[in-house]
Design a protein around this ligand. Sequence first.
Ligand SMILES: Nc1ncnc2c1ncn2[C@@H]1O[C@H](COP(=O)(O)OP(=O)(O)OP(=O)(O)O)[C@@H](O)[C@H]1O
Length: 281
Amino acid sequence: MSSTVLTISGLRVEIAGRRLIDGLDLALASGEITALVGRSGSGKSLTARAVAGLLPEGAAARGQALLDRGRGRSEDLLGLSPYRLRRLRGAAIGYVFQESQAALNPTVTVGGHLRETLKAHDVPRSHRRNRGLAALRQAGLPAPEQLWSAYPFELSGGQAQRVALALATALDPRLLIADEVTSALDPVTQAGVLDILRTGARAGQRAVLLITHDLAVAGRWADRLAVLDGGRIVESGPSCQVLRDPAHPFTAELVRASGVATDGGDRARADVPPGMAGERA
Ligand SMILES: Nc1ncnc2c1ncn2[C@@H]1O[C@H](COP(=O)(O)OP(=O)(O)OP(=O)(O)O)[C@@H](O)[C@H]1O
């Protein structure tokens, strides 16, 4: 049974007096991928960064982002100290960026990155290699021993993205934020990475926030869509339904511009599974 992992209420983000996110509400459920879609500059990345405590210098976030920690406990991510947020990132919140190769330290091997992450979260030294190898395997790298000693420059773009995914999920976070993670990948590698995200969500009772400007990707892989325009969510609901029958003119424009077909066929074509009709936020 799914439960709410993250509840964002009234999120506002300002930079230099400009309000860039303006009263955003969004709930993410376990076992599901929620795609945050919208045109460039609509505030997708700022939303994700606010939740993860990774806003740029000078940015201020207000509102609430309640992360469910199980057993009736929850924490407001917007009210935590930088130290507490650092502890939560990795352990409870995983974050993967588009530029994974650039995010990896060029002088540290794949194994070194994993060891560091696991060490930072108090995994005993004797467990780190096996945990790291398991995370790489789960991220879709079938022979992780061969990559353990590789440096980032020796990886393909797809391999680097999977290593970044392994790093973000090595501690089995309840919330995974994937910010344009497949934009730079070829379609086959892209599908492989998105499949891993979905499997991880289902198996780990994890909530995934998928940030993408690609409506076809969102429609095919996300359970739910939230459409952002000018720092506000203008529409949200089951992806197939939003794509098939957009309620807001901006969503309709986005669907038209993307060329995503909305009749019959696969999920990108917006099949509405039985029982989902009418369930619109
Ligand atoms: N460090 C910053 N300083 C000033 N303005 C910023 C900063 N970062 C983002 N912005 C502004 O905030 C708004 C939202 O940016 P954001 O990066 O969240 O958009 P996005 O929807 O993720 O776009 P894209 O799809 O192009 O990545 C934009 O107007 C952007 O110019």
